[in-house]
Design a protein around this ligand. Structure first.
Ligand SMILES: Cc1cc2nc3c(=O)[nH]c(=O)nc-3n(C[C@H](O)[C@H](O)[C@H](O)COP(=O)(O)OP(=O)(O)OC[C@H]3O[C@@H](n4cnc5c(N)ncnc54)[C@H](O)[C@@H]3O)c2cc1C
Ligand code: FES
Length: 259
């Protein structure tokens, strides 16, 4: 899995404003929450969570934010990309009823986790939070699993006006969940962790990555926890003791950037 495979893109779709999915043939088992390193020839190699998991094919879903993702967005079926992985630890799915909370592009990697949970017979409630309705994607895909879906937009252009954490807070008051699983902006996930003191909690983190195989130390948080190896999914007990969580990340040079 440390070998770079050069693979032809099969399908490219536009899912929402600046959000695209690329699927390719990559047989093998993958845990929801794991990620690939994607090489865009002549541009860069970047970490991407796996958003579509089938036996033979896999997919990544990304937002156009900078040089690499903009180049990725111009690729077409038949173009070549490099794929390394899968890497990292994904979500542990268990219990009777799981609450999933996804913010922004975070919903991309939660989608296969919801699908897997439903296949295992676990009830799923999903909160999707986006800035406005043009940024909403995978809501139909998630509803089709039979999950109970709640949507919030910051500007009220779709679903409930406000933040995903507002809906989550309400649901947590009214219902009992076996665990809460989340991916999205870190301040959102930190707020959620503070609401889930007595509920098992898992969050998927993003940090700047170079090697992605636990060697370079670039992605460390807390006392030497490597996001690429011990994460990207961490449990609530671990995150409660990590000062970085929800506060800052580091750029490629190691400089602290506040969230
Ligand atoms: C485990 C993991 C999973 C991810 N999954 C997704 C996903 O499913 N969809 C998605 O849209 N994005 C995902 N990202 C973020 C994605 O890797 C960055 O947005 C991407 O690298 C940006 O590259 P760029 O050249 O387009 O933008 P840049 O202008 O280079 O950077 C934009 C932002 O991305 C960050 N970034 C740049 N390079 C890296 C890198 N090598 N490692 C981590 N962060 C970087 C920068 O610090 C900056 O905040 C994931 C990141 C990690 C660590
Ligand atoms: S990216 Fe090198 S240790 Fe994680």
């Amino acid at each position: 899995m440390n070998t770079l495979k050069i693979i032809k893109i099969r399908v490219c779709t536009t899912d929402a404003k600046d959000i695209k999915t690329i699927t390719f043939t990559h047989p093998g088992s993958v845990q929801p929450g794991q990620f690939y390193m994607i090489w865009i020839p002549g541009v860069d190699e970047i970490p991407m969570s796996i958003s579509t998991i089938n036996e033979e094919t896999k997919g990544i879903t990304f937002r156009k934010v900078g040089e690499a993702t903009t180049a990725l967005a111009t690729l077409k079926p038949g173009d070549l990309i490099g794929v390394r992985g899968p890497y990292g630890r994904g979500f542990t799915l268990s219990g009777k009823h799981v609450l999933f909370v996804g913010g922004g592009t975070g919903i991309a990697m939660l989608a296969p986790a919801v699908e897997q949970a439903k296949k295992q017979g676990i009830d799923a409630t999903v909160v999707i939070g986006v800035k406005n309705k043009t940024e909403l994607f995978f809501d139909k895909r998630i509803k089709d699993t039979g999950a109970n879906v709640f949507i919030s937009t910051d500007d009220g252009s779709f679903g409930q006006k406000g933040l995903a954490t507002d809906i989550a807070m309400d649901l947590l008051k009214k219902n009992t969940y076996s665990s809460v699983l989340t991916c999205g902006p870190e301040p959102m996930m930190k707020k959620l962790l503070d609401l889930c003191k007595n509920i098992p909690f898992q969050a998927s983190l993003e940090r700047y990555m170079k090697c992605s195989i636990g060697i370079c130390g670039q992605c460390c948080i807390g006392r030497g926890l490597r996001v690429c190896k011990e994460g990207p999914v961490f449990d609530g007990k671990t995150l409660q003791n990590i000062e970085d969580f929800g506060n800052y990340r580091r750029d490629a040079s190691g400089k602290k950037i506040q969230f």
